[in-house]
Ligand binder design. Structure first.
Ligand code: TUI
Length: 315
């Protein structure tokens, strides 16, 4: 396949693996890159020395391009912003904010910069600031989310800018791939489906929750704190939402959420941990390697284009 994105970052398939906190470390990222996609290491809230090790380990496991996702709400964002330059990282994606203040230093270092946006206003601002592409993420996605759905967001972002758009949020099978490209995207980003990949470190309890999830089983917590997060419903999300409704103050709520993602991903506590996942968790039915996931996603596209009857449109 050849799209503006495969050319821009030098990958075989136009797919990015989501930069999922605690999950997206060097084993997953290098497996995705070796399979022909763009693997992404999530810096998230990790200590700088851990991120440094992750980058170096990834460089040992693949000679293909990979990215580092910088979560702009983290305390050490300044340090990580410099680290990607010092370590020769080729591609940076950002999330959960406006990376405007780092754009100049990254571009001067020759880094391909691809911010996540949740609106066409931020997409335009990023294009003006020198971004090479944007990831437009709809609120079907897992983790920290914006307001708009993928269906509404992608075409409006595509119409607002001339740099390439990567569609994210709600894509877990070939139908989603076709839909994303139909909306004008040049690539996709997939998170939830990679949560059950063989090379993914996520605890088995977490993987089982994803494999058993149904469409209506995600909750959004943190709307009242200004940091909405989508995860699978469990005792923690129920309690959190109840306390939000009762008016618990944002600082206390944030404190209650701290450390809960690690609890689910690493310790496998799926009752009191945060099981971040997108609304497409219900589409994820089997464990596969990253290569199998990527090949299935893209090979399936041709069958859809050949055989799908579009209701009402077939002559
Ligand atoms: O960043 C993500 N997903 C994440 S980050 C994360 S760690 C976290 N944990 C608790 C609270 C908050 C974060 C877990 N999942 N996705 C990318 C994304 N970025 N989604 C939405 C946005 C976004 C939202 C607003 C990007 C820019 C933005 O603009 C704000 C502005 O300043 O204009």
């Amino acid at each position: 396949m050849k799209t503006r994105l495969t050319e821009l970052v030098g990958i075989k398939y136009p797919i990015f693996q989501g930069g999922m906190a605690w999950v997206a470390e060097h084993k997953l990222a290098s497996a995705v890159s070796n399979a022909g996609g763009l693997g992404i290491i999530a810096a998230a809230n990790a200590p700088s020395e851990v991120i440094l090790q992750e980058i170096r380990n990834c460089q040992k496991l693949t000679d293909k391009p990979f990215a580092v996702n910088i979560m702009l709400l983290s305390d050490n964002v300044e340090e990580v912003a410099q680290m990607v330059i010092d370590e020769g990282v080729k591609v940076v994606t950002t999330g959960a904010g406006n990376p405007g203040k780092y754009m100049k230093m990254w571009k001067e270092a020759g880094i391909v910069v691809i911010p996540v946006v949740a609106s066409s206003a931020l997409a335009r601002m990023m294009e003006r600031a020198g971004a090479d592409a944007v990831i437009a993420e709809g609120c079907e996605a897992g983790g920290h989310i914006g307001e708009l759905t993928t269906m509404a967001l992608i075409p409006q972002v595509v119409d607002s800018i001339s740099i390439p758009v990567i569609a994210a949020g709600g894509i877990a099978d070939s139908r989603g791939v076709v839909a994303a490209f139909a909306l004008g995207a040049d690539a996709i980003q997939v998170g939830t489906r990679f949560l059950v990949a063989d090379e993914c470190r996520t605890h088995d309890n977490y993987k089982e929750k994803i494999l058993k999830a149904k469409d209506i089983e995600t909750d959004v917590t943190g709307r009242s704190t200004g940091h909405p997060v989508r995860s699978l419903r469990n005792k923690l999300t129920r309690t959190y939402i109840k306390l939000e409704k009762e008016g618990m103050e944002p600082a206390k709520l944030e404190e209650m959420g701290a450390g809960t993602l690690r609890k689910a991903v690493i310790d496998g506590d799926v009752i009191l941990g945060t099981i971040m996942a997108g609304q497409v968790a219900g589409l994820v039915k089997k464990r596969q390697s990253c290569l199998e996931i990527i090949e299935e996603l893209f090979n399936g596209v041709y069958d859809i284009l050949k055989f799908t009857k579009v209701n009402g449109f077939n002559k």
